[in-house]
Design a protein around this ligand. Structure first.
Ligand SMILES: [Zn+2]
Ligand SMILES: [Zn+2]
Length: 754
């Protein structure tokens, strides 16, 4: 920030100084002509570096006293401490650097690693603090005299920028064949692009890991990638386009979406596909949206300039269930079954970091994956915690870890599914160790999930034993609710609707459609969806027609159910009528866990409507249901039935499914999808409003993975606000399980504060 102030002050012929005030910002004193000062102030706002934030600008004018000869950057004693404690996120290449890279007269012309003080890799390259080149992976590339000159010159944009480099002194690209052998070529990027244009799949090493790149308009190409990536039968691929104009050829982009797409964080944004969709239907089959990002490094820009398609598939370069491949060795060994060629470079990626994923829901930015570009920026909470620090290890799927230091939560990048794979557990451990080291924290307490069998619970138990510190076990949905409450800096209790696929309840059943009266320290379950049997456990998640059968068994007789399953849904049973009998028996004998999960009910509706009969990736049936509902209207009016049991409100989901079943054929499938979603949303909102009124609470929140569903969120919001209550939702902390570690840390901190 200060070098930037220095440059525009000098440029506008002003004298004076700029001084760091620590957390309170900077103080700038300038002297000069009024016109110059006004221009300076305008440029201060308009040309500010991406990471600089102006919360407030206070201006005081005075008479010039002629006390300065020059403009200077004043040093303060706290500078070093301040600078050394700040760990910046990775920043997408800035416009100035893009111009340098495209200018034939600039020495960075066509150089893929061009960056400056305002942009480039940060978190992924930092080995330790203070943030100096010697403690980043750029230490392998000593500055050439030219770069050194820029580094030393306060009038230069690259002044004191730790990551700068050029074609003389910086990292270099190489192209490799499937067996890892070096391919001799002058321009590896152009050659890689040529291969992509010919239909090859090329693994591309980037900022925080690698991508698999392929054409988007060629079905054969997309299907080849699906075949090779075994866990990707239908799971959507993210794509990258050179510019917004290209994106608009295949997707709708709202003002808000444009803002997020072009921000320095450059996440993947889920956009609505155009009616007339020119890309392969196999990119995000059965879904109404597509994950899109713009290039965030010079390498991406140079590559995309050479590719003929309006977009390139850029899906994470990882083998099934493994972390994203980041080192050259890893990329070649892990991805050799997936890629035909490798475009690599010799800059080490110290912290692997996946692309972030964002969906705009109800006008708010909802983070599905908070990773590159966001991490490790802290999340401010209102908790007056001043202890030595807390480590929260996350749930089981979509795991992140969080370190709480003071009132700030530092959530890690996306780790993923930590349920047993050794590489994933190692990744979890290395992220934890790195974050604790960077923040200089020796935790005085740990937080984990309530589930005794989670791998993360076992990891936390080990740490607690080793470090001899207390372990706080936090119920899954309480963690979601605490995160939401903290994000809104609330002190008073809230009523929280927490809906997702699965979270372990203290009664040993599976929760996931909960209405909680929630405080930071504790929460009380005052409503939920009707508990439903999951016949055969996980099989009912994989084959959602089983879930539908179980839910309907409460309103249909055994023989009615058998008739419907065999006549209409026999395709949903791999082993035909024999399997139907097995499932019916499991239902009669109550074989399987009980669940109040909203995810399972949405899955069941997707199966009942014939939208999705098998889950091939996490959330698929519910996502396909949402896609169908987005094209429909709630034409079938379903009056939700709510009863009381053990002092709690219970929403009857069997009745909702039964009404949908009876309306089959009388309404469009899309309209029935919308109607069912609407009924569940209204039912949950009704319970929440009742609880809020009884408990004298004025705020109702909505969190959990179901909060990514646009229609459900809007319906709940409307209903809550219609009843004179305040509705809150996430825009900083992910509503899904990536936000759980943050909630765990907050609950633990408050219990310690007691
Ligand atoms: Zn730059
Ligand atoms: Zn250089």
């Amino acid at each position: 920030m200060r070098p930037f102030v220095y440059r525009i002050a000098v440029k506008n012929s002003l004298t004076g100084y700029v001084l760091n005030l620590g957390d309170a910002g900077v103080k700038i004193v300038v002297e000069g002509e009024e016109e110059d000062i006004k221009r300076f102030m305008m440029e201060l706002k308009e040309k500010k570096p991406p990471l600089a934030k102006f919360e407030k600008i206070r201006t005081k004018w005075g008479k010039a006293r002629g006390e300065f000869d020059t403009f200077t950057i004043e040093k303060s004693s706290s500078d070093r401490i301040l600078e050394s404690s700040y760990i910046p996120p990775d920043v997408a290449i800035c416009n100035n650097c893009i111009q340098d890279m495209l200018n034939p007269n600039d020495r960075h012309y066509k150089y893929a690693f061009t960056c400056c003080a305002d942009c480039g890799p940060r978190y992924t390259s930092i080995i330790g603090l203070p943030y100096d080149r010697e403690l980043t992976t750029m230490r392998d590339f000593p500055l050439c005299p030219h770069c050194m000159e820029e580094y030393m010159n306060p009038m230069d944009r690259r002044y004191h920028a730790q990551g700068i480099c050029c074609p003389i002194c910086g990292p270099k690209l190489t192209l490799h064949a499937k067996n890892g052998e070096l391919i001799d070529c002058n321009n590896p990027i152009a050659e890689a692009a040529r291969l992509i244009n010919e239909g090859a799949i090329v693994a591309v090493k980037g900022i925080g890991g690698s991508h698999l790149a392929a054409l988007t308009t060629d079905d054969e190409c997309v299907l080849k990638l699906r075949q090779r990536k075994r866990d990707r039968k239908y799971k959507p691929f993210a794509v990258m386009s050179l510019s917004l104009n290209e994106v608009r050829k295949y997707a709708e982009v709202s003002q808000k979406e444009e803002e997020v797409l072009t921000s320095f964080r450059r996440p993947i944004v889920l956009l609505r596909k155009k009616e007339d969709f020119p890309l392969s239907k196999w990119i995000s089959p059965g879904l109404h949206n597509i994950g899109v990002m713009l290039p965030y490094s010079g390498l991406h820009i140079l590559l995309l300039q050479e590719v003929t398609d309006p977009a390139v598939i850029m899906t994470s370069g990882n083998a099934s269930g493994k972390p994203i491949a980041a080192s050259n060795e890893e990329i070649i060994t892990h991805l050799s079954d997936l890629a035909d060629y490798f475009l690599l470079h010799n800059r080490v990626i110290y912290q692997r970091c996946d692309d972030s994923v964002v969906k705009i829901v109800n006008g708010k930015t909802k983070l599905i994956r908070r990773s590159r570009g966001y991490v490790p920026e802290p999340i401010e909470t209102p908790i007056p915690y001043r202890g030595k620090g807390i480590l929260a290890v996350g749930p089981e799927l979509t795991v992140t870890v969080t370190v709480m230091k003071g009132s700030r939560c530092y959530a890690s990048q996306h780790i993923g599914d930590v349920s047993g794979d050794l590489d994933m557990m190692e990744f979890h451990e290395s992220v934890t160790t790195h974050l604790l080291k960077l923040l200089n924290v020796n935790p005085e307490a740990l937080a984990c999930d309530l589930h005794p069998q989670f791998m993360t619970t076992k990891i936390a138990e080990e740490y607690a034993e080793k470090w001899q510190v207390p372990l706080v076990r936090v119920q899954h949905h309480h963690a979601h609710a605490a995160a939401l409450k903290a994000e809104h800096k609330l002190d008073e209790p809230i009523v929280c609707i927490a809906c997702d696929g699965v979270g372990y309840g203290p009664d040993g059943t599976i929760w996931g459609g909960e209405v909680l009266l929630s405080d930071y320290e504790s929460s009380e379950r005052l409503g939920h969806l009707a508990p439903q049997l999951m016949p055969g456990g996980d099989q009912a998640t994989k084959y959602p027609i089983r879930m539908a059968a179980s839910i309907l068994s409460r309103v249909l007789s055994d023989s009615e159910l058998r008739d419907i399953l065999t006549s209409k849904y026999i395709d949903g049973f791999k082993y035909g009528e024999k399997e139907v009998e097995v499932v019916l028996k499991m239902i009669r004998d109550a074989k399987g866990p009980l669940s109040t999960s909203t995810g399972r009910v949405l899955d069941a509706i997707a199966a009942l409507l014939g939208i999705c009969m098998e889950k091939t990736y996490q959330g698929e049936p519910a996502m396909r249901l949402e896609a169908a509902a987005a094209k429909g209207k709630p034409t079938l009016k379903i009056e939700p039935k709510i009863s009381r049991s053990d002092g709690r409100y219970v929403l009857d989901t069997s009745q909702i499914l039964s009404e949908v079943l009876q309306a089959l054929g009388k309404h469009r499938v899309e309209d029935l999808a919308a109607s069912a979603q609407h009924a569940i949303a209204i039912g949950l909102a009704d319970i929440a409003v009742n609880v809020a009124q009884e408990e004298n609470v004025r705020t109702v929140g909505f969190t959990g993975g179901v909060a990514y569903n646009e229609a459900i969120t809007k319906t709940i919001r409307k209903h809550v606000e219609k009843n004179g209550l305040v509705f809150i939702q996430h825009s900083v902390i992910p509503p899904g399980d990536a936000g759980v570690s943050i909630g765990q840390a907050i609950v633990a901190a408050c219990r310690l504060l007691g």
